[in-house]
Design a protein around this ligand. Structure first.
Ligand code: B12
Length: 243
């Protein structure tokens, strides 16, 4: 009799423990994604998981700007570091580029929008020899969202094309992206053309991309440099007197 009661008790307590474990494991599965998890999946280049984590984070209500900066851009920077350290090679760099584009495409419709009158016209592209377009594409979408008209001239753009487009579209700002030590000097060439053609004062010239800096911008005769798309909007606002 006593043995039977004890057995029934231990069975029912086992059942309770089992139910608690099931409950906890469900809770664990439901646990919200954190931004480092997204970044790590990105750095591991687990493409499908990274894209679905970005979507899941948006569905959970995570701030899209946080997903972009703390997950995707931070992930791309980490991949760049691994490339530098020769842990990753060109194939991984290319995969990261493609994955970055795909994630940004998922996030972009969720970014906050500005709906005022056009603040100014910006010409944007990567200088001659430079094929990095993820950075300036983000700058372009942030500027558009902030109320600028943006004309993207693409990658590997000859210096004179920046000048011609600016004249044709009566632009306010020429924005150049340069990611390589070998391509950054091309920003100075655009400034030189503007000076030679006596139209330097008509445009504000800004630069951005890995390896650019405010000091380099100044030494090349540019009006400013920005580290990221948010700062690029602030820079344009400041230069055109909107700030
Ligand atoms: C992805 C990537 C690639 C992809 C680019 C894909 C694409 N469609 O863009 C591919 C595979 C094509 C590539 C190729 C190469 N790459 Co690469 N690449 C990168 C990587 C990992 C990420 C760049 C990126 O897109 N970042 C994401 C964006 C969103 O972030 P971001 O760069 O911070 O951009 C912000 C700012 O820069 C700013 N910004 C950008 N543009 C502008 C413009 C203006 C006007 C303003 C105001 C602001 C602004 O706002 C952006 C948005 O917030 C970087 C590493 C790094 N640390 O940058 C290397 C990196 C730039 N690449 C590098 C190298 C060496 C190369 C190659 C030479 C490799 C090779 N051996 O072939 C080639 C060169 C190709 C060429 N001719 O351009 C080096 C450059 C080193 C150097 N000192 O010159 C880096 C730094 C990697 C490293 N640490 O070694 N690359």
């Amino acid at each position: 009799m006593i043995r039977s009661v004890l057995t029934t008790r231990s069975l029912s307590s086992n059942k309770i423990i089992f139910q608690v474990l099931v409950f906890l494991s469900h809770k664990f599965q439901e646990a919200k994604l954190d931004i480092n998890q997204i970044k790590e999946t990105f750095v591991k280049l687990q493409s499908e998981d990274a894209k679905s984590q970005v979507q899941a984070a948006l569905d959970e209500g995570m701030d899209p700007v946080e997903i972009l900066n703390g997950g995707i851009i931070a992930g791309l920077q980490e991949v760049g570091k691994k490339f530098e350290e020769e842990v990753y090679f060109l194939a991984e760099l290319m995969m990261a580029g493609k994955l970055g584009e795909a994630c940004i495409e998922i996030i972009t419709p969720h970014l906050p929008e500005n709906t005022g009158p056009a603040k100014g016209v910006v010409i944007l592209g990567a200088v001659e020899g430079d094929l990095h377009d993820i950075g300036y594409s983000l700058v372009a979408s942030q500027l558009k969202l902030a109320g600028y008209k943006v004309h993207v001239v693409g990658v590997n753009v000859p210096s004179m094309k920046f000048v011609e487009k600016a004249q044709e579209l009566n632009a306010d700002i020429i924005g150049m992206s340069a990611f390589l030590v070998t391509t950054i000097p091309n920003c100075a060439e655009v400034v030189k053309y503007l000076v030679d053609m006596n139209i330097r004062d008509k445009y504000k010239v800004i630069i951005g991309g890995a390896e650019t800096s405010a000091e380099k911008a100044e030494s090349m005769g540019c009006d400013g440099q920005a580290e990221n798309a948010v700062e690029a909007v602030k820079l344009c606002d400041r230069l055109l007197g909107h700030a």
